[in-house]
Design a protein around this ligand. Sequence first.
Ligand SMILES: NC(=O)c1ccc[n+]([C@@H]2O[C@H](COP(=O)([O-])OP(=O)(O)OC[C@H]3O[C@@H](n4cnc5c(N)ncnc54)[C@H](OP(=O)(O)O)[C@@H]3O)[C@@H](O)[C@H]2O)c1
Length: 238
Amino acid sequence: MENLKNQNAIITGGGRGLGKATAIAFAKEGINVAITGRNENNLKETVAELQALGVKATYAVFDIANYEEVKAGIAKIVAEFKTVDILVNNAGVAQFGTLLEMDPKTWTDIINTNLLGSYYVTHEVLPHIIANGQGDIFNVSSTAGLSGNAGTSAYSASKFGLIGLSESILREVRKHNIRVCTLTPSTIASDMSKELNLTDGDPEKVLQPEDFAELLVGTLKLPRRALLKSAAIWSTNP
Ligand SMILES: NC(=O)c1ccc[n+]([C@@H]2O[C@H](COP(=O)([O-])OP(=O)(O)OC[C@H]3O[C@@H](n4cnc5c(N)ncnc54)[C@H](OP(=O)(O)O)[C@@H]3O)[C@@H](O)[C@H]2O)c1
């Protein structure tokens, strides 16, 4: 089993939801964690929780849909951590509506955040993981990235695209001893899905953010010769 202690991770969208649960689970394994997002209060509070678990923790505030902000934010984190072992491309937004109902700006913003944002962050972080000699990248897609539904065109397009990005870079970076894992979870009772009422009225019955985080920790602990290419985590009995 791989020892994760003292590895350095960057988690986008780490101030709440799945990203925060993952940050806490990583810190419990002794992984130092840098989190990103736009809401500085959430990031500060989470960093304090991570530091209380005895690891190094820091944050950078930026909009992942803005490449110039991404470049500056990742540079700040790398200046503090020096090396990067793990990247979790988690930050994302969800809004639903038919193609004609949704205005073009909203549709485009979803693509810019979920797809281009993950590309921008990967573009800035990947050279550091390659320089490290080994590492892990998780890309958080969705069941909506595997099949389209009425009302999900923007979200599905962004998450289908992310799967294409993720599977392609896996083939590019395997030879650098970098594992890339594409995740396609179904509904998890995160801040986002509670706000959007996606949990069928009973958030306790569906997957919890901590369950998602446990999957990532278990995947990281696989011997380095083994990689999980993709994983669809579902609720047992929603
Ligand atoms: N929850 C589910 O049921 C579910 C299922 C499948 C896939 N997913 C995916 O899992 C990921 C996490 O979702 P979640 O449920 O944890 O949602 P959440 O609670 O809303 O958290 C989303 C995170 O992304 C960050 N974020 C959003 N837009 C951003 C932007 N433009 N720039 C920087 N950060 C941004 C937010 O930070 P700030 O607010 O600080 O910007 C927040 O920390 C998303 O990619 C989502 O599509 C979720």
